[in-house]
Design a protein around this ligand. Structure first.
Ligand SMILES: NC(=O)c1ccc[n+]([C@@H]2O[C@H](COP(=O)([O-])OP(=O)(O)OC[C@H]3O[C@@H](n4cnc5c(N)ncnc54)[C@H](OP(=O)(O)O)[C@@H]3O)[C@@H](O)[C@H]2O)c1
Length: 335
């Protein structure tokens, strides 16, 4: 048994450990992966009380769902499996991306995810991105039909605004809203977080470690491997990187004074910020290493003091560069 506290996703969603595991980096985006260690990290996470495992159909163009499938099947009664649809890719063009929210696409996407994962039902099925061309009621209606058909247990949304969350909730209960939320990225606090708190929707902060930048693991794009997607991230590249690296210093200072790590400070901040807003959060830091998993889970017992929180408060407003090169698919881009 682990000591990790639990939380309920939404008003009638599953109970999960208060920290989940993001599996994306095991397949793509963050440089080379030791697959044996990544798979060992999945088992280790479960031992530590982590039960929410996060993937998406686009991570590695299906690779990530196939990678975690055997682990999920071997532990089906304990794992809460979350995956996502809505971003279409093409095998013949690695840069191609299209956002698809139409019901026919949703119906084919869920079947493809179930097949790759090798399971009968997905516990939490998210719309990964919003296509404003398709009425939200149509898309959420199609997602609700998947619940009725027994292919999906609970619904989630990612990167929607507060108004979009309310509109979707009127069609079908939403268990979780997954969007970027960290010491660096706080635009969600404008409308998405208050709406989630009001509706009783759990918030699942993705990239709570700022894609690793808040931990001090890297401070400039040049330190990353050639195929690492973060090389092109607006906050870590060009002139923005040096200024943003300096913003991380208060995190490191608090970590040094408390005898913890910067990653733990970043994770404790998300939990405590959620308390201010009165909502449940289950951050999903991504790691492919057992040592980091243990470090991240241990953050659950860290409580930052009011002075420490005050030192972290001004950071987000000073961050240079957007959190995506194209913000049109984020909640901030549609507010
Ligand atoms: N809904 C969406 O649009 C969306 C977007 C992005 C991500 N996500 C989901 O959210 C998950 C987490 O986000 P993320 O992976 O982008 O960012 P993150 O969790 O903020 O950071 C992950 C990075 O930090 C490193 N890291 C993890 N723990 C660490 C520690 N204790 N010390 C130092 N470095 C550490 C990881 O490296 P190692 O792996 O080498 O440990 C990885 O490079 C993803 O896996 C994915 O499932 C969703």
């Amino acid at each position: 048994m682990s000591d990790l506290p639990t939380a309920v996703l939404g008003t009638d969603g599953p109970t999960v450990g208060i920290q989940g595991l993001g599996c994306m980096g095991m397949s793509e985006f963050y440089g080379p992966t030791d697959t044996d260690e990544a798979l060992a990290t999945l088992d280790f996470a479960l031992e530590q009380g982590v039960t929410l495992f996060d993937t998406a159909d686009i991570y590695g163009s299906g690779h990530n769902e196939e990678l975690i499938g055997p682990f999920v099947r071997a532990n089906r009664d304990r794992v809460v499996l979350a995956t996502k649809f809505a971003i279409e890719r093409r095998a013949d063009d690695p840069t191609y991306r299209a956002v698809r929210n139409d019901p026919a696409y949703i119906r084919s996407a869920v079947d493809a995810s179930l097949r790759r994962l090798g399971v009968d039902v997905i516990d939490l099925y998210y719309m990964h991105r919003r296509d404003p061309q398709v009425p939200l009621a149509e898309s959420v209606g199609a997602m609700a039909e998947l619940v009725a058909a027994g292919k999906v247990r609970h619904l989630g949304l990612s990167e929607v605004t507060g108004a979009e969350l309310r509109e979707a909730y009127a069609v079908h209960p939403i268990a979780a809203l997954q969007s970027e939320w960290s010491i660096f990225s706080r635009d969600v606090e404008r409308t998405a977080v208050p709406a989630a708190a009001e509706l009783g929707v759990a918030f699942v902060p993705y990239s709570p470690l700022g894609r690793g930048f808040l931990t001090g693991a890297f401070s400039a794009a040049e330190q990353l491997s050639a195929d690492d997607y973060r090389r092109y991230h607006p906050q870590f590249s060009g002139a923005n990187a040096a200024g943003n690296a300096a913003l991380v210093e208060p995190i490191q200072q608090i970590a040094a004074e408390r005898g913890v790590t910067a990653a733990q400070v970043a994770l404790a901040w998300v939990q405590q910020r959620a308390q201010v807003h009165g909502l449940t959060v289950v951050p999903i830091p991504g790691t492919r290493k057992r040592t980091r998993l243990a470090e991240n889970v241990a953050a659950a017992t860290l409580v930052l003091t009011p002075d420490e929180l005050a030192a972290l408060e001004p950071i987000a407003a000073k961050v240079e560069g957007n959190r995506y090169a194209d913000m049109s698919s984020t909640s901030a881009g549609r507010e």
